[in-house]
Design a protein around this ligand. Structure first.
Ligand code: COA
Length: 335
């Protein structure tokens, strides 16, 4: 799917928030848990540390402070939100949705609220949905949260996955604006690559049994090399597709926010796209891959450090389980 903003309709991000748990897990500590080393993890991924949720913290506990911050920054009341989408693969539970739980806790009685699953691309998918509902006149003001508590579905004995991921959440308020805003979106999915990154058990295909637990099938499993090839390819192709659709070039981009999976994947995309590194937002070294939390966390950091100025062209691209990918191009505008 690819498209540009409908004529005359302008919506943008008017508030951003983020939250990460306090607990820091360093590479040094990880190397006491599995057969790995600080050197290996930094060389192959660029990750130095990640945040880990407390045992009692669920996804909604991470999203709540991020959403409150986004609402405060936008200067709007929770009750004015009529659509809440939570992008995640680690909801509090299969049902009810974390969206419904949060809408109740935060005081959004008029909001349609639900969860959306698109792996690490979840936040991009949710942005497109919220924007589309606003453009169709169905929603007046939307809130999109993206977050994951991947530590709860990690196999902490599997060094090929557990060193890569972390916990975190971010949230944005989407509102109508007078100028700028989203210019276009691209989304894609290739389900044939699903088995490259998945959690085998716990769904209707393989319900939970004593065997599935014993066989560690309730943990994320990944073919790292195949996902690496996929990620390097789609980060570039998706960005180029949306730039072309919007009649822009990579030189027009002021701020580039790629999914924070791995510094090597980001470096590859940066090289292929030919964008200068000072325009690229990178925080994977401190948070690891936070899945649906990745792009909004990076966006929140870029905003807090004054890197997002009115009129800037901002490019975001995510990719992940599904396999899925998605890009958004926007002219930064909060009014
Ligand atoms: N510490 C030390 N050694 C490790 C290790 C770890 N944490 N994980 C794997 N290894 C070993 C492997 O067992 C292998 O050993 P062998 O050669 O004796 O068999 C060796 O390191 C190389 O493994 P390989 O898988 O080829 O490494 P790689 O260069 O492909 O890097 C990843 C592995 C996972 C870092 C890389 O494939 C990757 O980043 N993939 C994408 C993952 C991702 O981003 N997923 C989420 C997308 S949303």
């Amino acid at each position: 799917m690819i498209g540009t903003a409908p004529n005359g309709f302008r919506a943008s991000i008017t508030g951003i928030g983020s939250y990460v748990p306090d607990r820091v897990l360093t590479n040094a500590e990880l190397s006491t848990m599995v057969d790995t080393s600080d050197e290996w993890i930094i060389e192959r991924t660029g990750i130095r540390e990640r945040r880990i949720a407390a045992p009692e913290q669920a996804l909604s506990d991470l999203c709540r402070p991020a959403i409150e911050q986004a609402l405060a920054q936008a200067g709007v009341e929770p009750a004015s939100i009529d659509l809440l989408i939570v992008a995640t693969v680690t909801p509090d539970m299969s049902f009810p949705s974390t969206g419904a739980i949060l809408a109740d806790e935060l005081g959004m009685p008029d909001a349609g609220a639900y969860d959306l699953s698109a792996g690490c691309t979840g936040f991009m998918y949710a942005l497109v949905q919220a924007y589309g509902m606003m453009a169709a006149g169905l929603s007046q003001r939307a809130l999109v949260a993206g977050g994951d508590v991947l530590s709860k579905i990690m196999d902490w004995t599997d060094r090929t996955t557990c060193v890569l991921f972390g916990d975190g959440a971010g949230a944005v308020v989407l509102d109508r604006v007078d100028r700028g805003g989203f210019l276009g979106f691209e989304l894609g999915a290739d389900g044939s690559g699903g088995p490259q990154l998945y959690m085998p058990a716990g769904g209707s295909r393989m319900p939970a049994t004593a065997e599935t637990v014993a066989e560690r099938k309730h943990f994320a499993q990944m073919n790292g090399r195949e996902v690496f090839k996929f990620a390097t390819r789609v980060l570039v192709s998706s960005a180029l597709a949306i730039l072309e659709k919007c009649g822009r070039s990579i030189d027009d981009v002021d701020v580039y926010i790629p999914h924070q999976a791995n510094v090597r994947i980001i470096d590859h995309a940066v090289g292929k796209l030919g964008i200068s590194t000072d325009k690229v937002v990178v925080n994977v070294d401190r948070f690891g891959n936070t899945s649906s939390g990745s792009i909004p966390l990076a966006l929140a950091e870029a905003d807090a450090s004054g890197r997002l100025r009115e009129g800037d062209i901002v490019l975001m691209t995510g990719m992940g389980a599904g396999l899925t990918w998605g890009s958004a191009l926007m002219e930064w505008s909060s009014k």
